[in-house]
Design a protein. Structure first.
Ligand SMILES: Nc1ncnc2c1ncn2[C@@H]1O[C@H](COP(=O)(O)OP(=O)(O)O)[C@@H](O)[C@H]1O
Ligand SMILES: [Mg+2]
Length: 271
């Protein structure tokens, strides 16, 4: 059964793309026979760039799915042996207008992505969707199509407020669209364990989540100056570049710990 994960947080720089691409990278290293599709819905196209691609190389992309003017199969490209991508371009900056201003397109505006990928969904074990830094029609579409949402929590921004707003959006969507979008879990991102503010905010987040029955993963991704500057330069996620045990950066180890925890949780959820 295909599992669709969306990484969502309505703020730029929260670690969405880093989290998504490193999880996908780690999955391909651990399970080279699993079929994975990345759908990049952020106009910045950072997910594609993390795998060494540049948006100009791709004549079609996720905007065509929102416009409904191309078959989904014409919008899928191979990234790695077992990873495909539906790329994004800056055309996504205009997509909300294009969908909402067109009488035919604005019908069921939150179902564009869901409908578009219906035919190819089953060809993958996992679909990972990256989202833009705001709660808009694009993110709404990504959430609507997902089984589970992964929420990155960066302890510098607005504390648990960000988590609260994402949870509310998911609840609202479930109520309005009669969907069953679940929260897979919250992940602490760019955590500096030496900073007492970070430790405190992560604790707050754990408490907030546990009081609401929301899962927060034990593994957190530490903050690193090297990663702040160099994540995408290798043309592959760090979890792929440093896939061998001995020379791994501690952040890469943290990603693999997180991945193990996620796979275990997935097993628990699916029985
Ligand atoms: N573990 C980390 N430590 C420090 N900086 C990081 C780390 N992970 C990612 N970054 C940097 O933080 C910035 C924002 O991350 P990104 O994943 O692009 O966030 P988003 O997709 O939510 O906008 C990027 O410049 C990225 O290189
Ligand atoms: Mg991003």
């Amino acid at each position: 059964m295909t599992k669709v994960f969306t990484v969502a947080m309505h703020k730029g720089g929260a670690g969405k793309t880093s989290l998504l691409t490193n999880l996908v990278g780690g999955l391909t290293v651990k399970y080279p026979d699993k079929r994975i599709l990345v759908i990049d819905t952020d106009s910045q196209a950072n997910a594609l760039m993390a795998f060494g691609g540049s948006p100009q190389e791709f004549p079609t992309g996720v905007h065509n799915l929102f416009l409904g003017d191309r078959d989904v199969k014409d919008c899928i490209y191979r990234l790695l042996d077992n990873v495909d991508i539906i790329p994004s371009t800056d055309e996504m900056d205009f997509i909300e207008f294009e969908v909402l201003l067109d009488e035919w397109r604005r019908e069921e505006p939150f179902n564009k992505l869901d409908t578009a990928i219906e035919d190819i969904r089953d060809e993958y074990d996992y679909i990972f969707i990256d989202t833009p830094p705001s709660m808009n029609l694009i993110t709404g579409n990504a959430l609507k199509v997902s089984d589970e949402v992964i929420i990155p929590f960066q302890p510098e921004t607005f504390g648990v407020n960000g988590i609260m707003k994402v949870l509310k959006t998911i609840n609202d969507l479930n109520e309005s669209l009669n969907s069953d979008i679940k929260v897979f879990g919250v992940v602490g991102m760019m955590v500096d364990s030496r900073a007492s503010l970070h430790t405190m905010l992560v604790q707050d987040a754990r408490k907030y989540c546990s009081e609401r029955g929301i899962h927060m993963f034990d593994a957190v991704i530490p903050k690193s100056v090297r990663f702040a500057n160099a994540t995408a330069f290798e043309g592959l996620p760090a979890t792929v570049v440093e896939s061998e045990d001995r020379k791994r950066h501690h952040i890469v180890n943290a990603y693999y710990d997180l991945l193990d925890e996620m796979l275990q949780r997935e097993g628990v959820i699916n029985g």
